[in-house]
Design a protein around this ligand. Structure first.
Ligand code: PMP
Length: 363
């Protein structure tokens, strides 16, 4: 098999996938072993696809140690549709949902929830430009809230929660789109967890929802069928045609993660990779981390240069040097290196070397 040249992909998502997974996809694309038919062609009602879906779920459960009283759903519409589905299913008329606002994606979740029902902003770091996540003491929680919504990792700003907030017995709902399966996750402390696949889990097109069984009782029959969690749970994510290719590839990524030693092992690798990059950012005053140190993300490393002109040059020269996707999100500027599970450590070493050389010649 010819090896094509692959650049270092720092994109925030869709993002780098493990090379062995891509090779397996390529090898089996014309015919799945034993099936004689491509994953792109196969019926979602076939035994072969059913077992692909079941295996993907089993591997997700094993990886994240998901208790039996949680369902794992494979949905479409991205994490963005969850911004609507969460309140439509979990927020009863007259009840209030608490939202922790710690970044631009959280803002979007709030905007959608407000269309559905009562929302209380339990804490916000907007006035700090979302450079940190709120502390426990800042939370103003509503007694008896329908749920508390948080974003575990803020993809755009480069911040993350180090410890889950304590919300007592109110269901915690977490958007984990950009750090799902990058470290162990305490599922039992959540009511519902959702994440689009296209950062740490696979290609775009499938969204994972992990939901505690009792919460499914809140889904009203009057909801549009496709937006009803209980319908998807009853039909084991086969109410309609699922995104078969995305589910299949996600399944291969789960196997790759298990083969690497599971979430504790991948977390250690992620910590090591991020530490190297933050060390370079902190080495002199030339680069400046955008996030406050105790909120720094291990997945999206955001930083600034002394001025915007240098930032433009940095982007341009890094692209010529084979680094793609380092330009920060258009809403915040600066740089962002997204270094998800599949991002190779040698790519971090290469970037650190590039940064140090850039500083030497421009500092
Ligand atoms: N939440 C977070 C934290 C994200 O990073 C993103 C995508 N970058 C989204 C939600 C939206 O995801 P999607 O594009 O799958 O709707």
């Amino acid at each position: 098999m010819a090896i094509v040249h692959r650049i270092y992909n720092f994109s925030a998502g869709p993002a780098v996938l493990p090379l062995p997974v891509l090779q397996e996809v390529q090898r089996d694309l014309l015919a799945l072993p034993g099936a004689g038919i491509s994953i792109l062609e196969i019926s979602h009602r076939s035994k072969t696809f059913e077992s692909i879906l079941e295996q993907a779920e089993a591997d997700i459960r094993a990886l994240a140690n998901i208790p039996p009283h949680y369902k794992v759903l494979f949905l479409q519409g991205g994490a963005s549709l969850q911004f609507s589905m969460v309140p439509m299913n979990l927020l009863a008329p007259g009840a209030t949902a608490d939202y922790i606002e710690a970044g631009s994606w959280g803002e979007k979740a709030i905007k959608e929830a407000k269309k559905v029902g009562n929302v209380n902003i339990a804490a916000s770091t907007r006035s700090d430009n979302y450079s940190r996540v709120p502390s426990q003491s800042e939370l103003k929680l509503t007694p008896g809230a329908a749920y508390v919504h948080m974003t575990s990792n803020n993809t755009i700003e480069g911040t993350e929660y180090k410890d889950l907030p304590d919300v007592s017995d109110v269901p915690l709902v977490s958007d984990t789109s950009s750090d799902m399966f990058s470290k162990p996750i305490d599922v039992a402390r959540h009511g519902l967890i959702y994440a689009g696949a296209q950062k740490n889990m696979g290609p775009a097109g499938v969204t994972i929802v992990i939901v505690r069984d009792d919460l499914l009782q809140r889904s009203q029959k009057s909801l549009p069928t496709m937006l009803n969690y209980a319908v998807h749970a009853e039909n084991t994510s086969l109410y309609n045609t699922p995104p078969a290719f995305a589910v299949y590839t996600l399944g291969l990524v789960m196997k790759w993660l298990l083969g690497r030693g599971g979430l504790p092992a991948i977390a250690r690798a992620n910590e090591r990779k991020a530490a190297k990059l933050y060390a370079e950012i902190d080495r002199t005053g030339f680069y400046r981390g955008a996030a406050q140190k105790d909120s720094r993300s291990l997945m999206n490393v955001t930083f600034r240069l002394p001025n915007e002109e240098l930032e433009k040059q940095f982007v341009k020269q890094s692209e010529s040097a084979g680094f793609d996707g380092l330009k920060g999100h258009r809403s915040v500027g600066g740089m962002r290196a997204s270094i998800y599970n599949a991002f190779p450590e040698e790519g971090i070493d290469a970037l650190v070397q590039f940064m140090s050389e850039f500083e030497r010649t421009h500092g």
